[in-house]
Design a protein. Structure first.
Length: 425
């Protein structure tokens, strides 16, 4: 989960919690609110992945009311969809809008008289439009090509916030990719709730690998195509082939692994085992030696013993993970995992700290291995850029949205440093 991000524009301020998909949604929400004639709102786009995410959203709502006593505060997003009554009960909140309706200008126009607009997101015909776009740092564009999830991991409430898996038509995505490339975006990032389930609901059932290849064909001027988090067990043959043959498909994947112990994975109702995760990483590394992996890992899942946790620690080396997102287990009411025997809170905290320390060590080793290399870097604001493998690079006073070449001399503060060697095209 990322922290909150503000997107102020013409009197519509959107405070975003959670994933990249939420950031993309916030752009659509802002446009819908303005399209509905509103320009005096603070919209809180919530996340439900952890109890902490909901707590932060409630805390932010109270802060907004203190700082802006006259503001109208509207709450939407996954937590609003799942727990609308909790937000509607807050005196600071003017209205609660669910995920099915948040991008509909009519809902924001005031034509709908209800204080709350929470539709059954599982109901046929209630699915919101899938394809959405967002921009980060005026540098890279995000395309939401899939939303929802048909799986039922025992710890997760997101399917109840997003509904069943739905995909945007491939032709629509191609048009959007061509337009974004023509506008000058050098990198497009594909996002979704369950990205590797892309296409199962479309005619012909195109898979994610076919989508990646189609985008690169449709937008020959696009310098970079990047994938967000994927489920390793659902990676298709076209996707493996694309990583092997398409240099514009970036050598970086964030994997939804969650744990490294087979029994814990089974209790999580994950669809892969430890050996499968290791083999997927090994196969991709054989096909693309420069590929770098990130992963989501949960520390202290119910029933996890010290030996089980050590299997998760070992997975960092066994898969060659570099960028870790570590989540201390947080029971979500109504999920099977919330009813399982819980690990002591102090043990959960301690295990999360150990995982993060191991992640920092793995990242440090990766950074050290880049010394002496020449890397293509896409610059951002604030003197930072991203290498092809998603490693942060300090770019000095280089203007944003430029592709430059950097000769790496070391690392500092979790980022690479070096000398600019020229434009990289």
């Amino acid at each position: 989960m990322s922290g909150p991000e503000n997107t102020p524009a013409a009197g519509v301020e959107v405070l975003t919690f959670g994933c990249r998909l939420n950031l993309v949604d916030s752009e659509a929400i802002r446009r819908a609110a303005r399209g509905g004639g509103r320009d005096d709102l603070v919209i809180v786009n919530t996340c439900a992945v952890t109890a902490e995410a909901e707590r932060q959203a409630r805390q932010a709502i109270r802060r907004i009311r203190r700082e802006r006593p006259g503001a109208e505060i509207v709450v939407t997003g996954c937590a609003a969809q799942i727990s609308p009554a909790a937000f509607a009960a807050m005196p600071e909140v003017s209205r609660v809008i669910g995920n099915s309706d948040k991008a509909d200008p009519a809902v924001w126009s005031g034509a709908a008289p209800d204080r709350d607009a929470i539709s059954d997101i599982m109901a046929p015909g209630r699915a919101p439009r899938v394809l959405a776009e967002g921009v980060e740092d005026h540098t890279r564009a995000f395309l939401a090509v899939q939303t929802g999830c048909d799986h039922r991991c025992s710890f997760c409430v997101i399917p109840f916030g997003r509904g069943p898996s739905r995909s945007a038509p491939l032709a629509e995505i191609e048009v959007a990719a061509r337009r974004l490339a023509a506008q000058g975006f050098k990198e497009i990032v594909l996002t979704g709730v369950d990205l590797t389930s892309y296409g199962h609901d479309l005619a012909g059932a195109p898979r994610l690998g076919a989508l990646a290849k189609a985008i690169l064909r449709a937008a020959p001027g696009l310098a970079r195509l990047r994938l967000s988090s994927i489920d390793c067990i659902e990676a298709d043959e076209d996707l493996f082939e694309a990583f092997a043959s398409e240099p514009r498909l970036m050598p970086h994947l964030h994997l939804s692994l969650q744990a490294g112990d087979d029994l814990i994975l089974k209790r999580m109702k994950r669809r892969h085992g430890r050996a499968q995760a290791i083999e997927v990483c090994a196969r991709l590394r054989r096909l693309r030696p420069d590929i770098v992996f990130g992963a989501d890992l949960i520390a202290g899942f119910p029933t996890e013993t010290e030996a089980m946790f050590e299997n998760s620690l070992a997975l960092v080396e066994d898969c060659g993970l570099t960028h870790l997102h570590v989540f201390p287990f947080s029971p979500r009411p109504g999920t099977p995992a919330a009813r399982m025997p819980q690990v002591a809170p102090q043990a959960v905290k301690e295990r999360a700290a150990r995982l993060r320390a191991l992640g920092a060590k793995a990242l440090g080793a990766h950074l050290a291995a880049q010394t002496g290399k020449a890397l293509r870097v896409l610059t951002e604001r604030g003197g930072i850029g991203k290498a092809e493998d998603f490693t942060r690079v300090r770019t000095g006073d280089a203007p944003p949205s430029r592709m430059i070449e950097m000769r790496i001399t070391g690392a500092e503060g979790g980022a690479l440093v070096g000398a600019r060697a020229g434009m990289a095209g």
